[in-house]
Design a protein around this ligand. Sequence first.
Ligand code: SF4
Length: 309
Amino acid sequence: MFNNTDKRYNQFSAHLKNKFGVKVYKITLDAGFSCPNRDGTISTGGCIFCDEGGSFSQAHSNLLPVEKQVEEGIKTLSGRFKAQKFMSYFQAFSNTYKPVKELEKIYNSALNYPDIIGLSIGTRPDCIDDEKIKLISSYKDDYYTWIEYGLQSIHDKTLKKINRGHNFECFLKAYEKTKEAGINVCVHVIFGLWETHDEIMQTAKKLANLNVDGVKIHMLCALENTKLAQIYKEGGIDFMSEDEYVTTVCNFLEYLPQTTTIHRLAGNGLSNELIAPKWLGKKFDCLNKIDREFINRNSYQGSKFIYKK
Ligand code: SF4
């Protein structure tokens, strides 16, 4: 139903294949950034779920120069998945958290390869300003350019509880500036943050109304050496079951417009550090269940989307 696939949602990988005509993969990069929510600028604790890799990052290679990480990524992904084109994805920690001159050097070092067609930069909404947006926007004529903002929820009480260190208003301001500059925006959300089903759907409806270009959904999970792991061990949280998660994902996607690309619905490569919920270690089982749930409902992304002025 989307991108000439049988998916009932607008999967980002299929969107890329449709747009560029070949398989496109993201190369996850760790350029040695930090985060103001961990280095003491906002707090030293960080978000309660953040592990030492920096927010579910699969990029753990900051000992290697960025150029080397890109080269290795191209080699690995073209060998394993027959990928032909690539996006450089700055994933670990807050990838706009340096002066603009340094950012320019770092981003440039990841783009100077003929098969790199895109740039994606993960960051916090309080780590962006006009100058940085101008720099990132300067890539957009030559590269498919995205900023990925960690938001997690539109509810300030939740952001406080998970120690995000910014509120929803801060996200909105960053979002508006980024869209005005013509940069694509993907928003990260997390399910299971002590919120009711209705509260999670309010996040879906708000993002739908903002007409966001992309969404990445995570299930909250406790990883080794995180505050959340401690909270879990002390009995302070019950994680969603897989069935509950699947139902919530489908309900959420039904509210989003069909144009919103879905960058992720289940975690990747978390099994070594994953404490709970254990079902999250089987990513493909979860994705298959989401497909089946949509078929059983005879539904799809956008089936409940209503644009409100
Ligand atoms: S903003 Fe990202 S890197 Fe920073 S503490 Fe939160 S999850 Fe970790």
